[in-house]
Ligand binder design. Structure first.
Ligand code: ADP
Ligand code: MG
Length: 236
């Protein structure tokens, strides 16, 4: 169609309030932009998993999420899709800097998230990067300044925040805390608290954790505002 992008975006967003999880069978049933739909299709993702079905609608509506879900339940798309949609709706460009930050416990998980983002986000024009160490700080810093979506490990991110007083995250819209319980188990509790204290308070936060320990609940209290609780049970 020849409608300006802003009109298409407005029409898409008007559908968010009508999302009925019980009527979602395929990703095409979600009000997602054509770029994301195409990326999902080309990556072979047709039907959302339970956590995706439960979390994506609420995330599109702008809610904070406390998601309880095991490894292998499909958490990656449950946060990547809302990130892509949010930045798309804001008509985020490379010049807008950091829009979404994903914190995950290990380099390995960071790489996996990056790969999924690369595939599913292929028809968007956002820049994405990994901040996980292994490259010198200066290299990572230069890259981070140019990234719209950053995937990082907690220690390395805090290192950047400490080293670089100009670390610029004022525009950031979405924070994802992936495998929060593992981050805490690895001794990153203080690090996570310090990171959250450095981030803009007005943002959307999606927190995922396999277990709901006391320390996860403390982190949730610190990082989430009026969260929607999404719990997915294992099916044999
Ligand atoms: P988690 O982060 O919860 O451990 P992942 O997001 O890594 O889970 O997904 C686990 C596996 O399931 C991956 O191989 C992924 O490609 C696959 N997967 C995720 N969502 C879907 C889906 N909707 N349809 C088919 N496969 C999926
Ligand atoms: Mg994962």
């Amino acid at each position: 169609s020849n409608q300006p992008e802003s009109v298409l975006i407005q029409k898409l967003q008007e559908k968010y309030s009508d999302i009925d999880t019980t009527k979602i069978n395929t990703f095409a049933d979600f009000p997602l932009c054509p770029q994301t739909q195409k990326g999902l299709k080309e990556s072979g993702y047709i039907k959302p998993t339970e956590i995706q079905r439960e979390a994506i609608g609420l995330s599109l509506q702008g809610k904070d999420i406390l998601g309880a879900a095991q490894t292998g339940s499909g958490k990656t798309l449950a946060f990547i899709i809302p990130i892509l949609e949010r930045l798309y709706c804001l008509q985020w460009s490379r010049l807008d800097g950091l829009g979404a930050l994903i914190i995950t416990p290990t380099r390995e998980l960071a790489y996996q998230i990056f790969e999924t983002l690369r595939k599913v986000g292929a028809h968007h024009d956002f820049s994405a990067g990994l901040i996980i160490g292994g490259k010198d700080l200066k290299f990572e810093r230069t890259r981070m300044d140019q990234c719209n979506i950053v995937i990082c490990t907690p220690g390395r991110l805090l290192h950047h925040m400490d080293e670089n007083p100009l670390f610029d995250c004022v525009n950031m819209k979405i924070l994802v805390l992936d495998e929060a319980d593992r981050c805490l188990d690895m001794g990153f509790e203080q690090t996570m608290n310090a990171i959250i204290a450095n981030l803009p308070p007005v943002r959307q936060t999606l927190l995922f954790s396999a277990t709901q320990t006391k320390s996860v609940k403390d982190l949730a209290r610190l990082s989430l505002k009026d969260p929607k609780y999404v719990s997915v049970h294992e099916h044999a």
